[in-house]
Design a protein around this ligand. Structure first.
Ligand code: B12
Length: 212
């Protein structure tokens, strides 16, 4: 079994010690942090599938989340290795209303900060009006929404609508991502960009502020 496959399998089955050992081996071999994160994402998706099919329950989902967070803590210095770079722009980012998943959002934030963005983290379960307030207060060029629950599509459309109603739509570029997001959601909600991965989000934000 490849190292990636071992990591995915260990995370999907919440074997914390094994996950840590494999991650440390990968770091020691010089595997890029973004690649380790990508394998972990697949492990978390596999855990989600186990949950969906009734093969495991909420405590496992919660424990898997905790294991993933501790892996991210270990990877954070590697993900944000460019922290010294100069300020390139500002992003306001949050997980949409009624959704408390924050692992993916935090990865996007870490990577954005790594390339020099100043990121205002609104946290989870963020109501549309809180996004609006934050845009007024912090004047970002980019707004990012993370969504993991398909039941929260309305939160995305309501947030874009609230930004429009507040006459702020022209001044920000809006991106959406997370396991429940898609290009269709982008289109229906009126966001500018759907990013499948954190790296896509960083590229979009860089383009939005005139980088590449
Ligand atoms: C861990 C987990 C939890 C943990 C969350 C812990 C935490 N602190 O985040 C806990 C236990 C709290 C949880 C709760 C619930 N969960 Co949950 N959870 C998961 C699980 C297994 C992993 C999510 C995760 O962290 N993935 C890893 C991260 C890194 O991936 P990611 O978020 O997608 O992020 C990547 C990209 O998408 C991207 N990205 C993310 N955000 C953004 C934003 C932008 C702008 C961009 C560009 C990119 C981007 O960057 C990241 C890296 O590339 C998923 C399974 C899955 N397939 O996602 C289910 C899953 C999302 N949960 C699910 C469900 C049903 C629930 C509950 C309703 C369960 C319940 N009965 O209570 C509750 C809902 C609570 C709430 N109100 O939000 C379902 C959702 C189904 C659906 N269709 O909506 C899933 C899909 C599991 C399943 N298959 O059934 N959950």
């Amino acid at each position: 079994m490849s190292e990636d496959a071992r990591l995915i399998e260990a995370l999907a089955n919440c074997r914390e010690e094994e996950v840590r050992t494999i991650v440390r081996e990968m770091i020691a071999r010089g595997v890029p942090a973004a690649e380790i994160v990508a394998a972990c994402n697949r492990g978390m998706a596999a855990l989600g599938n186990r949950f969906e099919s009734g093969d495991c329950f909420l405590p496992e989902l919660m424990f898997g989340g905790m294991v993933m967070k501790s892996v991210l803590e270990e990877l954070r210095p590697l993900l944000s290795a460019g922290e010294q770079v100069q300020h390139v722009g500002r992003v306001v980012m949050g997980t949409v209303q009624h959704d408390v998943h924050d692992i993916g959002k935090d990865i996007v934030i870490t990577m954005l900060r790594g390339v020099g963005f100043d990121v205002v983290d609104l946290g989870v379960d963020v109501p549309p009006e809180r996004f609006v307030e934050a845009i007024r207060q912090h004047q970002p060029q980019v707004v990012g929404m993370s969504i993991l629950l398909t039941t929260c599509y309305r939160s995305v459309t309501a947030t874009v609508e609230a930004i429009r109603q507040a006459n702020l739509r022209q001044q920000v570029r809006i991106m959406v991502g997370g396991a429940a997001a898609s290009d269709l959601l982008r289109e229906v909600s009126g966001c500018d960009f759907y990013g499948k991965t954190a790296v896509d989000g960083v590229h979009f934000a860089a383009q939005a502020v005139g980088g590449n």
